[in-house]
Design a protein around this ligand. Structure first.
Ligand code: AMP
Ligand code: MG
Length: 435
């Protein structure tokens, strides 16, 4: 009962402290006194509170794809700049009715017409070229036949006014805002920026992400592990996950579990916007990461959450002038590392990039089998989603614990098992986070 009351107090404090760093510290100490781990949702809230978009920067248009625009973009031209033929054919006056027309000239894209259309005339015109004065429709070349070098017969004698013509300014007008601040620059927006003469744009830059694997047992990918050693698979995995999350990701190289080595590498990592360490955050004798982070001025926001896999997750911030460096200490087990990255680091990267604190999308799917969920933590378990049928279904993969990368490779989602439920029956609906 006492425990229950404590939890309510913690909830109240969390609700009233937004933005106050000292209050966070006192809340985390209250939490450690109560020895109650944060839920995933509480931990996500704390991470989200420390995320704000990076300062905008001007970049060449060729480097802007995928970034978030930080200014409104106005057009400096009308588009199209003239009434424009949308087909190869003959520019005509739609009110004329006679099948045979005298050809006045040939108008290619990039040239301008020299003659106005009079009754009984037409001009041969190519896609993209400006319509001559007097013309208001295009008859496609397939619906015409040449009678002589200077005469064409139209099979379609009464085209609708405006047929195959895009009027001047129909797409956009000079001065009009065509892409708004906050838009993610997809290829189509890049095209609009190019069309409207913006060779550089103000954007929120890609967050710099530093990855630091830690552990005495780790050897490089190209090496054959000796006794007691394993290859560093997390480093490349997290760089790949970071790149996929649209961060500018680099791996700093493996740090050994020594105070000096960690100190040196962590100093380097703190130059990034997001610093992700893996390993060394559990309760082992050589798990020195939290201590060294604290010595280097990184303030702990939380350590350990009610998540399986991923309980040892550590999160803190380092104030560096105006900016915050977000520091995540992920557990070393590869599956835990990836789950924690996807749940926490990915949305943080998105928020810094101006895209908002959001995970990848989830879908609801029907569990295919019974499942018993032990423990008192929410679980995000490697799962195989089948979305081919009319109803999505999911299988939780029989994984061998959080070092089991081979099973993770079969997974296309993480099935979320909420903290409050233990027994799952076939047909129960689960959220599956797509990975
Ligand atoms: P730790 O969190 O440091 O206690 O590590 C937990 C487990 O994850 C240990 O079995 C480590 O060997 C393994 N591990 C830690 N870092 C890596 C890494 N970079 N690549 C692959 N496995 C790792
Ligand atoms: Mg370790």
């Amino acid at each position: 009962m006492v425990f229950g009351i404590e939890l309510i107090l913690i909830g109240d404090q969390l609700a009233t402290i937004s933005g106050s760093k000292n209050a966070f510290l006192s809340v985390s100490s209250v939490l450690s006194v109560a020895n109650k781990m944060l839920s995933v949702e509480e931990a996500l809230d704390l991470v989200a509170k420390h995320c704000s978009p990076l300062a905008p920067r001007r970049v060449p248009l060729g480097e802007a794809a995928g970034l978030v625009l930080a200014e409104d973009i106005a057009s400096d031209v009308d588009s199209p700049p003239h009434d424009k033929a949308m087909m190869d054919g003959y520019a005509v006056r739609s009110i004329d009715r006679q099948p045979e027309r005298q050809i006045l000239e040939e108008i290619a894209a990039g040239s301008v017409p020299h003659f106005s259309l009079k009754p009984g005339t037409a001009s041969h015109i190519m896609t993209g070229a400006p319509l001559p004065d007097g013309a208001d429709a295009v008859v496609p070349v397939e619906q015409t036949e040449l009678v002589s070098a200077s005469t064409v017969r139209l099979q379609q004698v009464a085209p609708a006014r405006g047929q195959h013509v895009l009027p001047l300014g129909a797409s956009m007008r000079a001065g009009e805002v065509v892409v708004r601040s906050g838009a993610v620059l997809r290829p189509i927006e890049i095209a609009i920026l190019a069309e409207t003469g913006h060779s550089s744009v103000l954007v929120i830059p890609r967050p710099r992400l530093a990855i630091l694997p830690t552990g005495n047992e780790l050897v490089a990918v190209r090496e054959k592990p000796g006794p007691g050693q394993i290859r560093n698979s997390n480093g490349p995995m997290l760089v790949a996950a970071g790149t996929r999350a649209e961060a500018d990701a680099t791996e700093l190289g493996v740090a050994r579990d020594t105070h000096d080595d960690l100190t040196q590498s962590i100093q380097q990592g703190l130059a990034a916007d997001v610093f992700v360490l893996c390993g060394g955050v559990s309760a082992g004798k050589f798990d020195l990461v939290p201590r060294v982070l604290a010595e280097l001025g990184v303030e702990q926001v939380f350590h350990k959450i009610a998540l399986r896999p991923g309980k040892p997750l550590w999160f803190g911030i380092k104030k560096a002038g105006e900016r915050n460096v977000l520091v995540f200490g992920l557990p070393g087990n590869p599956v835990s590392s990836l789950v924690c990255f996807e749940l926490f680091a990915r949305p943080a990267i998105a928020a810094l990039a101006g895209r908002g604190f959001a995970q990848r999308s989830s879908v609801r799917a029907k569990l295919n089998h019974a499942y018993d969920h032990a423990g008192h933590r929410a679980a995000y378990l490697p799962a195989r989603l089948d979305d081919r049928g009319s109803e999505k279904s999911v299988v939780i993969l029989p994984w061998q614990g959080s070092a089991d990368l081979a099973t993770l490779a079969q997974a296309n989602g993480l099935a979320r098992l909420p903290i409050e439920k233990r027994r799952f029956e076939p047909g129960d609906m689960l959220d599956v986070l797509l990975i």
